[in-house]
Design a protein around this ligand. Structure first.
Ligand SMILES: Nc1nc2c(ncn2[C@@H]2O[C@H](COP(=O)(O)OP(=O)(O)OP(=O)(O)O)[C@@H](O)[C@H]2O)c(=O)[nH]1
Ligand SMILES: [Mg+2]
Length: 233
């Protein structure tokens, strides 16, 4: 079965892409091993099937990224809120991989691992809904000052719009598309994915109305001839 739409997670190794997908699909947090290549889940959203692609952040798999992004309806650029370099990498290394995504692809920027920051307790207080299963209130002393602020993500979102030559007026507001999550506690994980699915549906409808994705016409290519000289026998 062919999925109706595709959502891809990109970002540096160790930011928590696999954990976020796992939390959303399996409803739990467990130890992960660094992803090799890529993998996907299928999520039914209303009458639509959406494929959710997990990619490998490791440098050695970098070349695969643009392949996974091909035709994507949404790309979730993920960083770790405690690692500034992981946000910088999104711009330097991952953004160009999205050139193969759908022309009206939706972009989200997600700062994961907020549970490790000293702001987390405050976030929980101000967010009555989307409460995690188990608020982590112990071990306050081990919490760290957040390295990346939401403003930095918003600035990156605006850079992406420039890169894509999109007008701010035509796309969802930056503030709406920058999220902070915790795959460990579940904080805002459902909210993230479901906000994106809702945005992807109109895109799916549009794509379906326009017919199948444009594919490369191979009828003009000469079929590769096998010559004797090219044969190793
Ligand atoms: N505290 C905390 N740890 C997390 C969170 N999300 C992931 N981790 C941990 O961070 C490490 C990396 O998580 P992964 O989900 O494997 O990261 P990834 O982005 O898939 O990494 P690659 O597959 O190598 O690209 C693991 O040890 C996770 O347990 C989170 O929200 N909070
Ligand atoms: Mg992974």
């Amino acid at each position: 079965m062919k999925p109706d739409g595709k959502v891809v997670l990109l970002g540096d190794m160790n930011v928590g892409k696999t954990s976020l997908l796992h939390r959303y699909m399996e409803r739990r947090f467990q130890d992960t091993i660094s992803t090799v290549g890529g993998a996907f889940y299928l999520k039914q959203w209303g009458p639509y099937n959406i494929s959710l692609w997990d990619t490998a952040g490791r440098e050695q798999f970098h070349g695969l990224g643009s392949m996974y992004c091909r035709g994507a309806a949404a790309v979730i650029l993920t960083y770790d809120v405690n690692n500034l370099q992981s946000l910088i990498e999104l711009e330097d290394r991952f953004l160009a991989l999205t050139d193969t995504a759908s022309a009206d692809c939706i972009f989200a920027i997600v700062g994961n691992k907020v549970d490790l920051t000293n702001e987390y307790a405050l976030l929980l207080e101000t967010e009555e809904e989307n409460r995690p299963e188990k608020p982590v209130t112990s071990c306050i002393s081990t919490k760290v000052q957040k390295q990346v602020h939401l403003d930095d993500a918003v600035a990156l979102y605006k850079k992406i719009l420039k890169y894509k030559m999109l007008d701010e007026k035509d796309v969802p507001a930056a503030e709406k598309m920058c999220f902070e999550t915790s795959a460990k506690t579940g904080y805002k994980v459902d909210y993230l994915f479901e906000t994106i699915f809702d945005m992807v549906v109109p895109l799916i409808l549009r794509q379906q109305a326009e017919g199948p994705l444009q594919t490369v016409d191979i009828t003009n290519y000469k079929s590769a001839k096998r010559t004797k000289s090219g044969c190793c026998a």
